[in-house]
Each structure stands twice: as C-alpha cells, then as structure tokens.
Write a protein that binds this ligand. Structure first.
Ligand code: URA
Length: 210
C-alpha cells in the first residue's frame, strides 16, 4: 500500500550506493563521495512537484515557449551537523537555493532537543526541504519543523537517507502535513537510539570523528 506521507526512493542507483555506504569498512572519503552522489538522486525525487511556468526563449532556429521553474527559489534547511552532507550534494543540483541551518542539542535531564542555532531565509511561499540523513527517534526533526513553522514555513518536505519506523510514526503524529522522503525504511531503533541495521553514526562517518 502506498503511504502519501512516506516515499521510499527505490531507484536502483540509490539502493546500490546505500548498500555500499552501510558497510563498516568504507573510508571517510568514500562515504562522503557516496553521500554527495546519492543526495543528487534523492533531490531529483523530492523536487518532483516543483511548479513550472513558461518563458519565451530563442533557440538558434526559432522562438519557443519553454518550461522554467515558477515562484520563489526553494529553501534547504540543514539540521547540524550531519544534514550538511546531504546539503552539499543538493546544492550542486540547485545552486540558487536559499540555505538555512538549525542546531539542536539534547538536554541531558529532559532528553528533549534544545535550540542552540537557527538562521534561516524567509520561508513563506517557498518550498522548504529539511535535510538530515538519519530519521531515528524523530525528536530533532519534529523540533526543527516546529521552529520553521513558527517562522512561516508552510510548504515543507523532509529528506533523509535512512528512516526508522519510530521516527516516521513520530513525524506522522507531529507533522502529518510534511511528507518524508527516504532511501530506506529500516527495522527499528536499538537501545541507544541507533537505526538497525542502519549505517552507524552518519556525522562520524562523514566527518571522520568518533
Ligand atoms: N543518528 C545517526 O547518525 N545514526 C543513527 O543510527 C541514529 C541517529
């Protein structure tokens, strides 16, 4: 059954690259390169509903009405820090996009996400794509989307690489109006909040930290 809230991007190139990325022996450089490549393919799907208008152009042969993107440039919002890995690739495809960053940390007492940074472009009337590779508990993305809606965002999408059923359920409850795009829906979260089978800590793998 298709779920209008969740799109799993099953393109063979996406699935093949994701399989390589999951493997624990892939180098930092390899992981980063694959993430950049896969983000181009994911961006293609998540922007499928961008609106088009037409403009008059001249080819070497004649004038024609040709399709062109309508409306305001879209906005990409990266949830720090792992979101930046998806952001870099998407910006190669959509270099004119406006870009925002949201930083959240987890309060050790309440375990709730707390904002430490938020700088975003004007969001009303713009398609706004929030990016974070791992949809685990969903707490960060739900908080980030709360912040973006408070700043006027209405036309939102969330793009990740891997999703856990727990995170999808949390998003569906908190933000049923925000479609999720992912390359895979994995089995579950473990007791530390990691996605299983997953790929480990996406930020550590892309930046070579531990
Ligand atoms: N964040 C990660 O980087 N990996 C997970 O598995 C879950 C959250």
């Amino acid at each position: 059954m298709t779920d209008p809230h969740l799109t799993v991007i099953t393109h063979p190139l996406v699935q093949h690259k994701l399989t390589i990325m999951r493997q624990k022996d892939v180098s930092t450089a390899g992981f980063r390169r694959l993430l950049r490549e896969i983000s181009l393919l994911l961006a293609y799907e998540v922007t499928r509903e961008l609106e088009l208008t037409t403009t008059t152009i001249e080819t070497p042969l004649c004038r024609m009405q040709a399709p062109t993107l309508e409306g305001k440039k879209l906005a990409l919002i990266s949830i720090l820090r792992a979101g930046n890995g998806l952001l870099d690739g998407i910006l190669e495809l959509i270099p004119a996009a406006r870009v925002g960053f949201i930083g959240l940390y987890r309060d050790p007492q309440t375990l709730k996400p707390v904002e430490y940074y938020c700088k975003v472009p004007a969001l009303d009337q713009r398609m706004t794509i929030v990016v974070d590779p791992m949809l685990a508990t969903g707490n960060s993305v739900v908080a980030a989307i709360d912040m973006l809606k408070a700043r006027g965002a209405r036309n939102l999408r969330f793009l990740c690489l891997l999703a856990a059923p727990e995170g999808v359920a949390r998003m569906r409850e908190a933000h049923p109006d925000v479609p999720i795009f992912t390359a895979a829906l994995d089995e579950r979260l473990d007791e530390h909040g990691y996605i299983v089978p997953g790929l480990g800590d996406a930020g550590d793998r892309m930046f070579g930290t531990k």
